[in-house]
Ligand binder design. Structure first.
Ligand code: FES
Length: 316
């Protein structure tokens, strides 16, 4: 797990009726751990949940602040509501050091596709790339309406398409993706249906050219059923395609702690004793991936997997 910082909120302001921007700084004014575009931090919100938020600025070696934007989700599990309700200027929050499961790779050209609040990591990338006046950085930014579009005034350039579905319907992505191009990297972040659509429409592209912020689509699409064996008592737990390992174990009466349920905090980590793992999280180190998995998003890569408790951040 990443080390934790205690940061103070120095700015909190609405960007849209549902999206609030928070600036987090070291209370003593010190520099913060480095990060690059695509990175996220895990914030322990006042209500106690851990939530992963992408950093919206391009970052660098010694950033003075972390900036996150949080969309209030009234149908969610309370993390975003707590950020909106309980966090004001001066609030201190426990924040992880940045991790990056969605890094910006070199490429002659780029096509960025952002849906709604998915603009947050994409904005950091686009700003980094365009800082030197570079072209060949196309952006498709899809939102419901102008009023619900954070950073709208930043994306009016010749390589930007900002599309509002209200009154216009969804944007047809096929003209942008029909012809695969090895000189283009496609980065997509947004709601699960958008991620699925882009994955489908780029099935004929070289896989290495397609980059999706996977943890936002956790638990959706392209999952196969498997069987989990709970090592302490040998219980066999079927995990259907539509259910996470975490949910399946709980249904079977196994207690597993969780917090973010989005693959960014590591609370639900289990020891893996046998079987292959399809890691889908954004929190595990390479070493951790050798002997453990996070149950909320990762799945078995083999028909059967044997798992057990993971304690003290070291396999027991
Ligand atoms: S609950 Fe946070 S990674 Fe699973």
């Amino acid at each position: 797990m990443s080390s934790e910082l205690r940061l103070r909120v120095s700015e909190a302001a609405d960007l849209t009726p549902a999206v609030r921007r928070f600036v987090l700084r070291d209370p003593d004014g010190g520099a913060l751990p480095a990060y690059e575009p695509g990175a996220h931090v895990v914030v322990t919100v006042p209500a106690g949940h851990k939530r992963g938020y992408s950093l919206v600025e391009p970052g660098g070696a010694r950033p003075r602040e972390y900036v996150v934007c949080v969309r209030r989700d009234d149908a969610g599990r309370g993390g975003s509501a707590s950020m909106h309700r309980d966090v004001t200027m001066g609030t201190e929050l426990v924040v992880s050091a940045p991790a990056n499961g969605f890094p910006l790779e070199p490429s002659p050209r780029y096509l960025f596709i952002a849906g709604g609040i998915g603009i947050t990591p994409i904005r950091a990338m686009v700003r980094r790339l365009r800082a030197g006046g570079r072209t060949g950085v196309r952006l498709l930014y899809l939102t419901r309406s102008a009023a619900e579009t954070p950073f709208l005034d930043e994306f009016g350039g010749p390589e930007d398409t900002v599309h509002h579905s209200d009154g216009h319907g969804p944007l047809d992505l096929w003209p942008h993706l029909a012809v695969p191009d090895d000189d283009v990297r496609v980065y997509c972040c947004g709601p699960a249906p958008l991620m699925r659509a882009v994955r489908t429409l780029t099935a004929h592209w070289r896989a290495s050219r397609i980059h999706m912020e996977e943890f936002r689509a956790a638990g959706t699409g392209m999952s196969l059923p498997f069987t989990a064996v709970w090592a302490p008592d040998g219980r066999r737990v079927p995990v259907p395609a539509h259910l996470s390992l975490l949910a399946a174990l709980r249904r079977a009466g196994v207690r597993v702690d969780s917090s973010c349920e989005a693959g960014v905090c590591g609370t639900c980590r289990l020891r893996v004793l046998d079987g292959e793992v399809d890691h889908r999280d954004a929190v595990s180190t390479e070493k951790e991936r050798l002997g453990s998995m996070v149950a909320c998003v990762s799945r078995a890569g083999s028909p059967e997997i044997v798992v057990g408790p993971y304690e003290n951040e070291e396999p027991v």
